[in-house]
Design a protein. Sequence first.
Length: 151
Amino acid sequence: MSDQEKRDPVNPYHYALHCMGGKWKMTILHEMYTYGQIRFNQTLKVLPLSEKVLSQQLKELCADGLVERIVDGNAHPPLIHYQLTKEAEELIPALDILYVWSIRQMKEKEIPIDTDAYVVHQSEKYMEALKDVIDSEEMKNISRRRVHGDL
């Protein structure tokens, strides 16, 4: 009997949550999707998380086959980048749907939205999809902050 056959069955929803669970995994994945490759220290400057948390989240994403760690040995010291795998790229539309759904639900329930959520998710496609739930003044503030580099 192979190792694969010996494994206990796993609920697909539980597997998806395992792969994307964690406070920052979805944001890190979307950051990579938005910018292509990311570097560790650059990501620390953009996202409000600790080195330890980023390191752990990247290790888990790599172990789950969603992120590839690329070492450029030609540079001194070697440069390390992280990028999405094909499997992770397939998740992006689902993450977009979850993001828009979450904003709508939070607005309806009057749950304050952490403005750090707009750091990565600042695309016009989100603003367009959410224009009926984000009032025009808030939309202007988000756009203004994005233009001035505050997001």
